[in-house]
Unconditional design. Structure first.
Length: 227
C-alpha cells in the first residue's frame, strides 16, 4: 500500500486529488529529464559519426549508436510494439499517481524520472524509428540518459513497494508523512531537503514516516496522548 492510497488512516476521503498536470514539481522533473535526454542525443548525433567514440579508448566513452529495441538492446527490431508499450507504461504511471490522494515525495520522484525518460525514448521512436544511445561504460550495453532515468525511477518504485511500505511498520507511526499533522491537524508541506513540515506548528517528519525530532518530542507535543 502506498502512503496516501486507499485505506490510509491519515488521509480523508474528502482530501482533494491533485491532477498530475498540476503537480509542478513532478512535471518540472519530467520536463528536465526529457530536455537533457533530447539535447544530449542531439549533440551526439551532431558531433559524432555513427559508431565513433569519444575518447577513442577507455572505460567510459561516448559512442554514437542506435537501438531498435528497448533499454540495453533488449527486444531488437520491435519499434512499433515498443511505441505501444511506451504509451501503455506512461498511462500506468499516471494511474499510479491518480491512485494516491496525496502522493509522497519519493513516489513523485520515481514517476517524474520514469515519465521523463519514457517520453524521451518515445519521441525518438516516433521521429527516427529507433533510439539514440551513447553512454558506453566498459562491457555494459550502450545506453542513454532516458534509460538511466527510467531504471533509477523503477529502483525507487521497488524501494517504495518492498522497503518503505508503511504496512510493515508494526507499531505504527504517529506521523502521516503527508496530508494532516497528527499534532495540530495542520497541513504537512514537502521540504526541499526531504521530509515534511507542518505549516501550523512546525512539526517535522522524514520521507518514510520516522520522526526527525525523536519520540520524546512527539510525546511532549501530543501531551502523551496516543494518536
Amino acid at each position: 500500500m502506498f502512503r496516501g492510497g486507499p485505506g490510509d488512516p491519515y488521509v480523508s476521503a474528502d482530501t482533494p486529488r491533485i491532477p498530475i498536470y498540476k503537480d509542478f514539481v513532478l512535471i518540472q522533473l519530467a520536463s528536465l529529464i526529457f530536455v537533457v535526454d533530447q539535447f544530449s542525443k542531439f549533440l551526439v548525433r551532431d558531433q559524432l559519426s555513427f559508431r565513433e567514440s569519444f575518447p577513442a579508448d577507455g572505460f567510459f566513452r561516448f559512442t554514437h549508436t542506435f537501438n531498435t529495441g528497448s533499454a540495453f538492446g533488449i527486444f531488437r527490431d520491435q519499434n512499433t510494439p515498443l511505441i505501444l508499450v511506451s504509451f501503455l507504461g506512461i498511462a500506468i504511471l499516471i494511474m499510479i499517481y491518480r491512485s494516491q490522494r496525496v502522493p509522497t515525495g519519493l513516489l513523485r520522484l520515481s514517476l517524474g524520472l520514469q515519465i521523463g525518460g519514457a517520453m524521451g525514448n518515445l519521441i525518438d521512436r516516433l521521429r527516427l524509428g529507433h533510439v539514440t544511445d551513447f553512454v558506453d561504460v566498459g562491457t555494459w550495453p550502450i545506453f542513454n540518459a532516458a534509460d538511466a532515468s527510467i531504471i533509477t525511477g523503477l529502483v525507487i518504485l521497488a524501494y517504495i513497494f518492498i522497503i518503505a511500505d508503511p504496512g510493515d511498520n508494526k507499531d505504527g507511526s504517529v506521523l502521516s508523512g503527508y496530508g494532516w499533522c497528527p499534532v495540530c491537524d495542520g497541513d504537512m508541506r514537502t521540504l526541499m531537503g526531504g521530509g515534511w513540515r507542518c505549516s501550523t506548528c512546525g512539526v517535522r517528519e522524514s520521507l518514510i514516516g520516522e520522526p526527525l525530532f525523536g519520540d520524546r518530542m512527539v510525546e511532549e507535543l501530543t501531551g502523551d496522548q496516543k494518536l
